[in-house]
Structures are given as C-alpha cells and as structure tokens.
Design a protein around this ligand. Structure first.
Ligand code: ARG
Length: 766
C-alpha cells in the first residue's frame, strides 16, 4: 500500500500531530532480539536477529529501501536491481508514456542499461542505523514542565541530534517520536537520487482488477515494477541522475525463492509503513466516522467522476490524469471501507469500553490519579472543540486543495513573500523563481484547465454549501454578490482571467514577476482568501485545543501501557522502518464465507472481460495462459501462482515490501490489505486482517515469459531450497493454535479475561 501522507501536506503541517494507539506488531528492527526473536523462531524463522538487523554486518535491513518517501522496495541483485509495486512505480511509468509510446499500457523492459529511464526527483533511502534517543530528548523534562516549554525543548533536541548525525550532508537523519511522545528514535539514512525505471508489466497486469478489486481479496494482480539504483563510481549516493554513475552494489540483496508458498509458512515483511493511529481515542474515531470520512468520500467522489468523464473522452487526457486518479481513488475506497468496517466491528464502542476500564484503573490509585488524572477528560473536551472546526478543515484540504489551480497558487507563496519582503532583492527573487521552474513544468505536463475548471466549480460549490457560514472564506461573499451565488459563473471568471491556467502565461509571469500582478490574479486571490481565512480564524482555535490534546494523548498512551503490562505494544507506524511477522494464512470473511490463501492464473481467465477496461487481459498473456505455458514457475499442481495472503501487520507505505521466508528468501511483494479489515489502521483485528502479496513466481513469469526479459531474471539469485519453514497448514488453519504468545495475550486481554501469561516488565514497555 502506498503512503497517503501527501494529501495533508499543505495545511496540516500547521497542526500538531495527534497521538495514536499502537497494537499488533510493526516492530522496530532494533528490538527484534529482545522482543521478537524467540517468538519468530517458533513460527519458523531460521535466521538470527543479527542477520535481520545489524549495524556492523550486512543484514536484511540493507536490502530494504524506502522509495520516494511513499513506498518500499528491495534489492534483488548485486547490481542494484530493485523490485517494488506497479502502483509505486506508476507515476514514473506514466511520466515516460505518451499516446505514441504508451509504456503504461504496453509495459516496458529495458533491454540494456542504456535503456533504463531516469527519474529526476525520485530517490531511495537506505537505513544506516537507528538509535533510541529517548533519554537524550527528554533529559531534565519532568511532568511539571509546562507543555509549551517541553515542546520547544524537545523540538530543539530533535533537530540537534539529527543535525549532528547528518555529518555535514553525508546522511539524511531525523528523530521521530513514538507512543505519542513517550519515546524518541533517531534514524540515519543514505539517500540515492539516481533511481532508473527498468521494467513494468502492462497496466492491465499491474493494475488488473482496477478499483473494483482494490482493497479486496481474492486478487489476480501483477502489482510489480523494477528500478535500478545508481551510485557514483565509489558506490556513493548522488543527489540526482548523473553522467558516469554506475549501478549501486548493495551490501545485501535478497535471494529469490522458486519453491513457492504453502499455508502455515513463516512470512516476514520488512518495510516503511506510513501511518496507523491505533491509540486514537473513541472521540477521535467518532469524528472520523461521522465527519472526516463522509466529507472526504463525498468530495473525492465528485472529483473522480468529473475527471473520469474527461478521461473517457480523450486518451491523451486519460494518460495525464492516470496517476492522480489512481491516488485519489485508492484512498476514496479506503475511507469507504474504513467507515463500513467501523460500523460493522463497532470500533467506537470497543474503544469506549477500553477507556472506561482505563478510567477505573486510574481512579483506583492516588498516584495514578496524580499522573494521569485529567487525560481522558481533556481528550473528550478537546475533540468536542475540534469537531466544530473539523468539517471546515476537511473542505480546505479536499475541496479547495482538491482543485489543482489552488495548489499551484499555493506554490507561488514563497515567491510572493520574496517579492513583498524586498522587491529589490534580486537574488532572493531569482531563487524563488528558480525553485518554481521544475514544479511548474511538472504540473503542466499533466494538466487540463478545462477539466480543472469543472472540478473547481463543483468542489468550491460544495464548500460554499456545506461549511458553516462563519468559517467560510471572504471570497464566497464575492461569489454571492457579484455572481449571484453561482460558483459556476465564478469559475468561468477565474479560469478566463487567471494566468495560472497556462504554462506559457505562468512562464511569462516568472520572467518578470511582481507582487501586484500575482495579487491581482483571481485564482491566487481565491487561494489567498481560503488560506488566510483558515490560518487566521481556524488554526488558532485548533492549536489551542491541540496543545492540551497532545499532553493528554501522551498520558493516555503511557497509562494504557502501564495498565496492560501483559501486552507488548509496538509503536504506531510513522514512515520508519519496521518488521512484521506471521504466517501464510487463509481467513473467514463473514458467516459461511471462507477465503483460500492463494490465487492462480485460472482466476485471471475467470475474471477476464474484454468489455471492461479493469478486467482486460493482454493478448500475449491470454495466449500463454491458454497454452498453460508456465515454465519453471508452475506450482506443484501445475498451476501458475498469482497471489497469496499472510497475517502480517502492514499499512500504506509498505507497498512493495518484500515478503521473506524463514530462510531470508524473497517469496512475494506485499501490495494491499483486505476489505474485511479496513479499520486496521485504527484498530487491529487478528482474525480478519490479511496482507495481500503478489507471488514472486508470477512476477518472474511476467518478466521472463510475457515480457521476454529473461536477462533481468538471470540477474537475480534464484534458489530452490525446498519447502519454507513454518508451523504447517493444520496449525495455521486452527487459528488459536497458530497464534504466537503475543497474539494469545492480546486476544485474552481483548475478551476481558485475565491472562495467565505474564511477560517481563521491560518487554512490555518495549
Ligand atoms: N490499495 C493499494 C494500496 O494502497 C493500492 C492498489 C493499487 N491498485 C489499484 N487498483 N488502485 O497500496
């Protein structure tokens, strides 16, 4: 799953992050030995903790990279060859496609290194090491330290620690908080800015099933693409593609397993999960359920329909909007599934019960009252306040910033500031202009003003209609007074008069920019009005409420962990490197419905529908499948395996993550989650949640047989060392028997029963 962070970038950076509740296991590799190794061995792991994460010796972590900040990839050759998902490479694939040479549609495999396609701006981060810096960050801070002071100290120390670790630009480094600010970790990476596209199957394979199958099992998608990381001749990173660069030689690459998977096999997923919020309190869940998600769904629904109308009319436009459409549609369906799931699984009620039990536990002991006393109440009150402004915030994000021209206007802000601050400071202005060159070119490469105008009229119209009057930007009064309340008419005016609608006009402006010209532009004015209204009228109120909430959340998380000493918590996902482990395992979706753990090419033929673009099967694939030409990639029953599921805990950002067997061999690529467990990011259900993976044998078949690119398969280290280690099918099927100690404890705790298994206190506190 791809990380969805970018959506909130522009505005939500103004807000403080909310703490969240963690659960079932996206573990920090640093603690594998202490927390997980014994449990993993029981499930079939044959490697040592040192072979998984080591600072001094090559270990699995050296084969796993964060791709572009939003996905995961893994090295599969000593020449820097990288595998990830098709939907992670989608943007790059689309950017190299034209109606004449449509590699998105037809697929592409570089026949030689010279044909590999550069992607300026795309990078991978490789972890050098991580460190627990909690005591350094929190030194001298006490419960009595005022919150504002604490925040300032913490931020300052985070910055200092990171700056130190960067060694003058040699590394990328940052400190992230975990458990709502109770712990802090430093991460140090090497960043490689030369990542070239090597191959991808046709979209009909890489996105087979489209939005219909998205977030669902059973799946028949070849969701993979291939890149290669390049370095300078000393194997060191470069900031971008550079002449003379050569394939990077990774410290470690994953061998590829040919033997395939069986039920009960051990499976481990290494990657960069983006965000979970499993510590979100009931009031937050309620707000997501009845305010946030419905608004997002409604506004995305509107945008997607309008985009699609135009995409269906014009193949060139379809290409331009393909990647944007896929991203917005992906989380549109996610929000729908999350809300359905929250209702079905009564997620809010479960959280309320947990909070009631916590409140009681706190009230039983004066020392606890002293430490945590007001946390739960503060949370409730803060959310009551946040609710007043939440809808308006969602509309700023999804309606105003759902309109492309508004996002372009927002990008002009630094230039506007430079022009206003010192109109004579040519150097500052030139720099602001230079910084805009690339983003502007990229923006217009995939832009249709006439489509965007429709979206503007519709989304801003909904903004004016749905958000309470006292939270609306001033510009809506202009719409009322001068355009008879018609957003359509206002949109006509904006798009006929703004220079932000065309690349030529924007470039003309950039050649001789003035503040007056920018500020007179109707699109820029609209953006200004939305932005200043939000910053002046909403942000201060949100900040007031959030200051209290940050503290309350931190105490709430600390209280939960202190209360449930028998439960081992893992921190919420926050785009840092994690490992999860489990087994290949089927599930029961609902009453009388049981899902198998694997799919085969038979299912591709069953789903095939030449009249439905989401289910078209490429001619070449049809021919090969009909001849059953599976080569060495057939399973033991003579079928071609396509996908399989495991009970690994993953989320958006894990997309492209390697699924690794007990011997450290690659058996698949994680690419999605299942519909029954769409609440997984907020509350985890071990019986329902599954991780959907493309079988590595299908990937190899697509490259070698369908794509004719055997040279790429030959570059990998293929192995067949016999069946994967694991707990066996019978155990995996008999759910409880297969559960690890950690899982058993959780289930018991959740059912409210007293658990007899006690873990050492230090383990419970991570
Ligand atoms: N749901 C998947 C994820 O978030 C994306 C799958 C892409 N495929 C698609 N049909 N949109 O990673």
């Amino acid at each position: 799953m791809r990380n969805n962070h970018w959506a909130a970038v522009l505005l939500l950076t103004l807000l403080l992050p909310l703490a969240a509740r963690a659960d079932e296991g996206m573990w920090l590799p640093l603690f594998v030995k202490r927390l997980n190794e014994a449990d993993m061995k029981k499930k079939g792991l044959k490697l040592t903790a040192e072979e998984i994460y080591s600072v001094n010796n090559a270990s699995l972590k050296d084969a796993v990279v964060q791709l572009g900040g939003f996905c995961t990839g893994e090295f599969v050759s000593s020449q820097g060859l990288l595998l990830t998902n098709h939907h992670c490479g989608y943007d790059a694939i689309q950017s190299h496609s034209t109606p004449q040479n449509n590699i998105l549609q037809n697929g592409f495999y570089a026949a030689s290194r010279a044909e590999e396609k550069q992607n300026p701006g795309l990078f991978v981060d490789i972890l050098v090491r991580m460190e627990d810096v909690t005591s350094k960050v929190l030194e001298s801070i006490t419960p009595a330290t005022p919150e504002a002071e604490r925040m300032a100290i913490v931020q300052q120390r985070q910055r200092e620690l990171a700056d130190n670790a960067k060694e003058n630009g040699k590394y990328v480094a940052y400190v992230r908080d975990m458990f709502g600010g109770n712990e802090y970790y430093l991460f140090i990476y090497q960043r490689f800015g030369d990542v070239r596209l090597v191959g991808a199957p046709p979209e009909a394979v890489g996105k087979f099933g489209g939005d219909t199958d998205n977030w669902m099992w059973p799946r028949h998608t070849g969701d993979f693409s291939m890149f290669r990381v390049y370095a300078d001749k000393n194997n060191q990173p470069t900031s971008g593609p550079q002449a003379g660069n050569v394939p990077y030689v990774p410290k470690k690459h994953l061998p590829v397993a040919l033997q395939g998977v069986s039920e009960g096999d051990f499976a481990m997923v290494f990657g960069f999960p983006g965000r979970t919020q499993r510590f979100m309190p009931a009031a937050g869940l309620q707000m997501t359920l009845d305010q946030t998600n419905p608004a997002r769904i409604k506004l995305r629904d509107t945008r997607l329909k309008l985009w699609k109308e135009d995409m269906d009319q014009d193949p060139a436009l379809r290409l331009k909007y393909a990647s944007k459409y896929a991203n917005i549609a992906n989380y549109w369906k996610y929000y729908i599934g999350q809300n359905e799931g929250m209702k079905r699984l009564k997620t809010v009620d479960a959280k309320k019960a947990e909070e009631a039990a916590l409140a009681q536990w706190i009230s039983q002991d004066p020392a606890r009252q002293q430490r945590y006393g007001d946390a739960l109440n503060t949370i409730k009150q803060s959310y009551a306040g946040l609710r007043q402004y939440n809808l308006g915030t969602q509309y700023v994000n999804e309606a105003a910033f759902g309109t492309e021209i508004i996002t372009l206007a927002a990008r002009m802000m630094p230039l506007a500031s430079a022009l206003k601050a010192s109109p004579t400071d040519k150097a500052a202005i030139d720099k602001a202009v230079a910084d805009l060159k690339e983003p502007v070119a990229e923006y217009f490469k995939d832009y249709s003003a006439s489509t965007d105008k429709k979206v503007f009229a519709a989304l801003m119209g909904l903004y004016m209609q749905d958000v309470s009057k006292d939270q609306q930007p001033e510009v809506f009064q202009t719409v009322q007074k001068q355009y008879g309340g018609s957003m359509q008419k206002y949109a006509d005016y904006v798009f006929s008069n703004s220079f932000l609608t065309s690349e030529a006009k924007v470039n003309a402006f950039l050649a001789a920019p003035t503040a007056a010209k920018l500020e007179a532009d109707p699109a820029y004015k609209t953006y200004q009005s939305v932005y200043s209204n939000y910053v002046q009228n909403t942000v201060p109120k949100l900040q007031n409420m959030q200051a209290g909430l940050v503290r309350a959340n931190r105490l709430y998380v600390a209280a939960l962990r202190e209360k449930n000493t028998d439960k081992v918590y893992s921190p919420d996902a926050n785009s840092t490197i994690r490992l999860s482990y489990g087994t290949v395992r089927p599930y029961k979706g609902r009453d009388a419905v049981a899902y198998d753990y694997k799919t085969t090419a038979q299912g591709i033929l069953e789903k095939e529908d030449p009249t439905n673009p989401e289910f078209v099967v490429p001619q070449k694939e049809l021919e090969l499948l009909k001849m059953k030409d599976y080569g060495r990639f057939a399973d033991k029953n003579g079928n071609l395996p396509v996908a399989f599921i495991t009970d690994n805990d993953i989320t958006g950002g894990n997309s492209g993550s390697p699924v690794i067997n007990g011997r450290g061999e690659l058996i698949g690529l994680a690419f999605d989650g299942n519909w029954e467990a769409m609440t997984g990011d907020l509350a985890y259900d071990p019986e329902l949640k599954r991780c959907i993976n493309v079988d590595i044998r299908y990937v190899l078949w697509c490259v070698e047989k369908m794509g004719g690119a055997k040279h790429l398969v030959d570059e990998m280290t293929l192995q067949n060392n016999g069946p994967n280690p694991g707990v066996g099918a019978a155990t995996a099927a008999g759910a409880a028997a297969d559960m690890s100690d950690i899982e058993k404890m959780k289930v018991k705790t959740e059912k409210g029963g007293k658990t007899k298994i006690k873990r050492k206190k230090d383990a419970a506190m991570l």
